[in-house]
Structure formats: structure tokens, C-alpha cells
Design a protein around this ligand. Sequence first.
Ligand code: SF4
Length: 564
Amino acid sequence: MGDAQRFEVSELVVHGPDGVRPDPQAPSWMTAGRRATLALRGLHDAALTRAGADYDLTTVRAAVHALAAHGVDVTLIAPLADVLTTPDELIATLGEVAALALRFPGRLEFVTHGDVRPKDAWVAAAVDAGVLDAERHYTLSLERLRAVWSARLDGTTDEVARRLGEFLVRRLDDAPRRAIFASLRRAWLRLADGWPGGAMGKEPAMALATSLLGDVEGWMKRFRQYTYDTTRRVVLIPTWQCELRCSYCYIPKQDGRVMTVEVAERGVDLALSTDLTDVMIQFFGGEALLAWPVLQHAIDYAQTRARALGKTPSYVVSSNGWSLDEEKLSWMKERPIRLELSLDGDERTQNRFRPSRWKAAKSYDNSIATHASAILASGIEQYVIMVVHPTNVDAMPANFFHIADLGFKRIQINNMLGRVWTEAETASFARGLHQIGQGLIARWARGESIEFINMQHKPVAMRLNGEVTVDWDGTIYGGNSFLHETEHKDKFVLATLDDRTGVDRYWIDATDNHFLLDWSYRPTVTKNNVDVGKIMASFIGWMTKKGYRSDGPAAQAGPTEASP
Ligand code: SF4
């Protein structure tokens, strides 16, 4: 039996196309000509289950690994689809082909067989066109599938079919590069996840990626970006209107800029086009709650679609709290929604810097301050963003603790951007942060639960929001700085929803923070605001060094001094 006895493939039942069931322990079929042929009933677990196979994809991977480890090349014969194959399954099947070919480069050959007619028209079109393509380790099969479905979409007039086709084409956008990155990521992080025998070594994986993508300098930054996050985020702007007229807000508040339900659904589809399981959709504005029916529809639509796709969605609703009544809260608490609330502090501060659009109605009276008990009683996860205006920076510590005393125990401070801070204002900012630090330490010592959100992440002196953002009209931007209507607004445009691009591409090729800064503010303003941001960063560094984290003393280190 020689080497063949050591192959760990005995649990794989192999069905030859001629009905013969070779004995997996026999060396003849495995080593003849140093090429083994595995005839499979499918390359997707659902297809294998439907076909009554008593092995799954993990077993197939184990078999190929065992054979390849012995220098045996493998031909996999498998149908790409059966009668019930769905478009998602077909994408996954071709993804599996590419993943296997990338894991065992040069060792695998795929042959399709089967003459069944898939019921699904999209799948049938792909099978008819013959989408399997051995080029570039079979990653081009995914591109061919996209081309076939794109052509079909162009010829489709039925709206329901068009929406499905658009989603499928979006999902396949940039798929070959993502397949290569996924393979490299497994090697890089030594992830076994579903790959018996483990991932490829890092060096051969790098060499393979370079052979497919070119010089490492050209793609390493993008690869790092690809690996950076485990949740894909998309921001929707349901409306540009707002009840407030904050002094530092440049968003033009026209009526009529309201997202339609159709754009909202397509924005959700964009978010769900990711390869990742976790998807976060944020509703921003304007005041997102002014488009309440659109927001409700988008979330319920996302919930249904995510369930069908096996995704885990979550939502962030950014709100000034004006219209946050019990009815909305009780609807939201039944869903995985987090509230990002805004309040700048006490009555004087709020009314001065975040005035209402109507003279007769006071901002503070309609803010989260007056809705605090209902918000807190709802149990919905929330945190408050407090913007500090330089001309009011002396009041920052008092405003911070005013918000905390309203019962909002998770607070983030944003120093106002887009305006030059004077030296005196900057010095006051530094003093104020230290007062807040002292206050926090004292409250933590008394057992109060309170969190300074800025300390949760590594501080960056000035970071703009670069999230993929779908505006009310379906234009897609890199970040929300476009809301300021600057002369550089067009530079933030990535595409429109009609462009059929996938969200992962936007993320991988995301605009650098320094470009966002250059396009958002004048250089003198940016430099000044970065300097102010550095004070926050230095304060956080100091607190961390003293043994504090965002919600109190770090468990291990403990504080080394009583106060900053
Ligand atoms: S609440 Fe937000 S959108 Fe409304 S004016 Fe203030 S900053 Fe602008």
C-alpha cells in the first residue's frame, strides 16, 4: 500500500461518473500516474446534502490536502449546479473552486459534469454559458459569472428580477481579488477555519499573490485594509432635513432631499453584498428620524434579507433626540439597534450652539435631556456625542458631567472641526480634559459606572469619517464630509447605486484619512485642528499610562496616582 495507507481520506465516499465506487484505501485510483480523480456530487454542502452524499466540503478539502501532501495531483469532477441550486450557492461553489485552487496551486483541475437543468434562471444562464475558467487559479470563473449575470441583467425589464440581478452582480464585483486576499489572509493569520491540514505557508502564499496581483507595493496596503475590519459598515443618509441649526453644521437643510424606499433597499443591498458576516448600517443625516418610515422600512428589509443570506446585521441610528418618543423607542428596542445621540451639555450650551430651527421651540427642551428617562428605560444601547465649540471650551468639564448626571453614562467628546482654535482655547481644552480626568477618577473610585468613549480606541489626532455613505439620491460617497458641500464635494463621490459595485471594493480601496482632510478643510485649519486633536490623544495616552481605560481602572495595572 505504501504511501496510500497514510492518506486520511477513508471517510470520503467517492462516486465515479460510471457508478463505480473506488476503494479509497486502494492506491490504484489515487496514485495512478500520480493523479487522483475524485468524482463528487457537488462542491457546496447544500448540494452534497441534497444528493445524499455522506461527506461534506471539509472532507473533500481533507482528501485533497492528503493527496497533495503526497505529491498527488487531483482532478475534481463535480456538477456546478443541480436542479435546486440557488444563485448564492453557485457563487459559493465557484468561490470554493477558486479557494481550493489557490490553496493547492498547480495541483488541481476541475471538470464539470451533469446535465440537469437548474430551475433558477440565473443559475441556468450561468451553467449554459459555461463559467468555469482555469485562468488565474480559477478565480476568473467568478469574473465570468459576473459577466454572464451582468449581460442577463441588462436584458431584464422585470423590476424584481432586476433587483436580484443587481445584487448578484454587486456581490461578484472584484471577487477574484477578494478570493486571493482571503486565501492570503488565511495564510497570514495561520487560520485553519474549515481547512483540514491548515492554511498555506505565508511565504508561498505571498509568492502566489504576487504572481497574480503584481508587485507587493501595489497591493499590500489594500490587503491590509481588507484584513482590517470584521464588520462591514455602510452609512445611509435618509434625509438632509433637521430640527436643529447647529452653529458648526454645514449641511444644507433643504426639504425634499429624502431617500425613497427603493434607494434605501438598494443601499441595504450594497451593505449586504460584503463577504463578511457582520454588517452594520448607520442612519445619519440631517436628522435620520425625520425619515422614520424610510428608516423602519430599511431596517425591516435588511433584517429579512440578512436572514436569507446568513448575515448578522446591526444598526446605528444617529439622532439629536428631538422626535425620539416612546413609540419609536419601543419599535427600536425589538431590533439590534444602537443609538448615537447628540447633546452638547447644559441648557445654555445646547440652546446657544445647537439652536432649534424654530425660534419658539428651544433645542434643550426637545433634546435627549428631556427624553432621558424614556431612552434609558428602553434599555437600548446608546452613547452621547458632545461637540465642544472653542468659544465654549471653558464649560467643557461641566457639560460633560451634566450629560453624565442626566443618566447618559457613555460619552464621547468631539472637538469642533473646521475652525481655527486660538492658543487660549487650545490651552483651555487641555485644562478641561484634565478636569474631566480628575472627575472621572473620583467618580470611578465612588463606584460610578461611566465611560469616556474617546479612550476606547487608539487616538488619532484628527480622523474624518471615511465610511461608505449612500446619500438620499443613491450617490455613494467615501465618508460624510461631502455633506459640508465644499468645493471638493465631487472628490468624495465613489459611484452611484447604478454602478453595481460591491461594498468590499469600496472598503478595500478606501480613501486615505489625509486625503479626506485635504479635501475637507483649508490646510491651516487642518493643521490647527490636528494640533487640538493631539491634545486629546496625549491626554488619553496619559490616562492609559496611569492605568485607566475608558470605563475605569484597568483590572491588571491599577492606577498609580490618585489624579492626573
Ligand atoms: S443635529 Fe446634526 S444634522 Fe442637525 S444641525 Fe445639528 S449637526 Fe447638523
